[in-house]
Design a protein around this ligand. Structure first.
Ligand SMILES: [Zn+2]
Length: 194
């Protein structure tokens, strides 16, 4: 369980920013963990803004929605730079599905943290072939805190870190995860990978 090093500091001037990455496979609870941290920041009376890339339109346009229906309102953006323009004077910036941004997100979140903001990102760390999902490796490298959360293998019940695609498509981004993907442990993933 992630414990905030210091969620509340006295003045804006002595506030140090920081980067946090929550990563894992599909069905691992990444978004739930993001929402948990953001709700705690709200309790601490910090100003929170949440963004997600426009590509993810599986559910409501305006909301970060996790699969247990526990949701927070968010702003869909086209480009990473939009977050710089829209995060204004907030204290905490949440970003869901951060793997869908391009490499420019690395410099954007670095600038936000250097302005004194706490930036919490949730994203898929591997694609359906078990390869690193860029830009997650870079974000994990520059972050102060990285939390890897795990799903449960839908075949054997062990801890799962991989997302198995059940269809034959080789397209990197395929939305609609409930019908197309299953969480798998290492053994079951490489046995069943197409
Ligand atoms: Zn398994």
């Amino acid at each position: 369980m992630f414990i905030e090093p210091s969620v509340r500091r006295s003045g804006a001037h002595d506030r140090k920013g920081q980067l946090e990455v929550i990563c894992g496979s599909m069905f691992s609870g990444k978004t739930e963990e993001l929402i948990r941290r953001l709700n705690r920041a709200k309790i601490a009376r910090l100003k929170v803004e949440i963004f997600k890339p426009k590509i993810d339109t599986r559910y409501h346009e305006e909301e970060v929605v996790s699969h247990n229906e526990n949701s927070i309102r968010s702003t869909p953006v086209d480009f990473a730079e939009d977050i710089l323009l829209l995060s204004g004077n907030c204290d905490v910036v949440g970003i869901d599905e951060v793997q869908f941004f391009d490499d420019r997100i690395v410099s954007v979140v670095t600038q936000l943290a250097n302005q004194g903001k706490r930036v919490i990102m949730a994203g898929l760390d591997m694609d359906f072939e078990g390869q690193p999902f860029e830009p997650m490796p870079k974000l994990m490298a520059v972050a102060e805190y990285v939390s890897k959360v795990h799903a449960i293998c839908m075949k054997c019940g062990d801890l799962a870190a991989f997302s198995l695609r059940l269809s034959d498509s080789k397209q990197k981004v395929m939305l609609g995860e409930h019908s197309i993907y299953e969480a798998r442990c290492r053994k079951c993933f490489f046995e069943d990978k197409r």
